[in-house]
Design a protein around this ligand. Sequence first.
Ligand SMILES: [Zn+2]
Length: 652
Amino acid sequence: MKKIKKEIKPKRVYELERVGNARTVQLYADGFQSLTRKEKIFAYYMVRAAIAGRTIAIDQTNRYALQILNLCEEGLRNPRGIPAKTLKEIGEYTKLFWINNGMYDHNTARKFVPRCTPAEFEKCLRIAAGKKRGSLEYRTELVRTFRQLKRAIFDPSYMAVVTDKTPGHDFIAQSANNFYEGLTTAEVTRWATKGNEKNPLNSKVIKKNGKIEELVWRAGTDSIPEGMYASQLNDVISNLEKAKRYAASKHQAKTLDLLIRFFRTGKLSVWEKYNISWVKDSSNVDFILGFIEVYMDPRGQKAKFEAVIHFTNKEQTKLMRKLAANAQYFEKRAPWNDEFKKRNVKAPIANVVDVIVETGDAGPVSAIGINLPNEQNIRQRYGSKSVLLHNVVAAYKASEPNGLLEEFCFDQAEVRRAKKYGQTADDLHTGMHEVLGHASGKVSDKLKGDPADHLPGYYSTLEEARADLVALWNVFDPKLKELGMVDSDDVAKEMYDSYVRNVFLQLRRISTGYQLEEDHMKNRQMVVDYILRNSKAIDTVKRRGKTYFHVTDYNKMHDMVGRLLAEVMRIKAEGDLPAARSLVDTYGLMINTAWRDEVIKRIKKLNVSAYTGFVMPDLSPVYDKKGSIADIKVEYPLDLTKQMLEYSMAEE
Ligand SMILES: [Zn+2]
């Protein structure tokens, strides 16, 4: 008898470990191996640049953060002899530190502290230092540093919040971030309104000898002195220079040149030129790199360093293009009044990409989609670039905690559909939302100006609802089968099921209070609650003390989606504020607190983490006999500590 050789496919590991209220998940970059050699080498140097800039983001979080991290890593690198309990507690603290790029929790913005005592921490450092050459001096130095930092590490009320926007507080004096030092909000405002701030995006503002000064983040040139973060930026630049030799086109090389010039000079006029060039580039391997998002600054001016290196996911992007190519077909079949239909829909191209690395503000905690640049004048004149991070979404999906579906799905059929079609339905929803949704419809000829100006406080919620409803409306269209995007009605059913289920599940994020604030959360509840209260298409059932949201009639729900979509489109087209107010405030604002409490209780039992830090793929060069790079290998370390210690070695 012939032995049948079974092909054993190792099951992929996604969730790696729990760390406090967070968890780590491995990110996979399938498709990297199919890139050309040139693209791979380009990606490799871009990844090195991303890693080289990472400590800038840590330092921006708090002025002591880097020193604290160095102490922790010292302990972890020399673990021998350190009591196991202390080592574990410092390890846990350091992992949270890496995930958050500092000692502030991603969700609450508040400081977290180690579980060991200061005495235990100090002992650990003494043991770690004891193994080094010239260890006595080294140890004395380490202990001195530790004692200076003790309060910053262990006192949760000292520099308590990274960005403090509590009414009545001094936002600048009481925020722990490193954008300002020794200054109050009044002082900064007075100084800035006089036109003194030359680099609002890329400088730290300090008071020195009673005078306010700007420390610009730049590497310097022959004529411009080096500024803050010069050493990291020089490292970033040297890798960008190497990457440039493997750029996909002259255009991409020019874009990199502008970025290098910006990091050298710190000039915002160069940053603008860079952005204009960047927004027009759509190379296969592409990047986001620089001082980008301004959420951490209470003034919304200073940007955190971030880097995302990614490549196009051709298959998923093709699906997006198919949708975009058929935008006019879907517009014609929209459920709203013909008066509000576009004759010539130009759907935006959103690229679906797979991430190779994310650092600084962009990782290990990751977004799922990014639209840049933020500069409004560039967006209006040159457009923007949208990327949907496919492998990040896939990793989230694949690592969804066991039992979540079982706990919240109405029946086994719903669980099966979710497992089989969850990812397809999700991708399709995102695609239709972005490509068909926001681009569709036109405002009434009688409306003067932008609908957003007519609907203050309501426009974003309604616009997000409109895009969601377009996806829900079109998912049953036979065209999708014809285009090969859908092979079963179960995809549409799963999209409806999960939309409805999520409105119940999202209540877990509102741990206190009675109402929703975030636009997407509001719009989802508005859609589901409207259908729930005006039809029998959705039902809420209580079984053994547990509430279930579920769809009872998909056809009826489709009708209701159409009815609501027509009304939302009309409100936007006519700028009808009273109708907007009534719709959003009736269905989208107040939450059912009994449901909220129930969801939180049920979720707690499932041990769902509050947020995720991704372990990135690792790239390493493979050399040929002559010593030049023949290929780039991608590996998955499955270990945050290993990866982060390697990252910090690379920076030294
Ligand atoms: Zn949207």
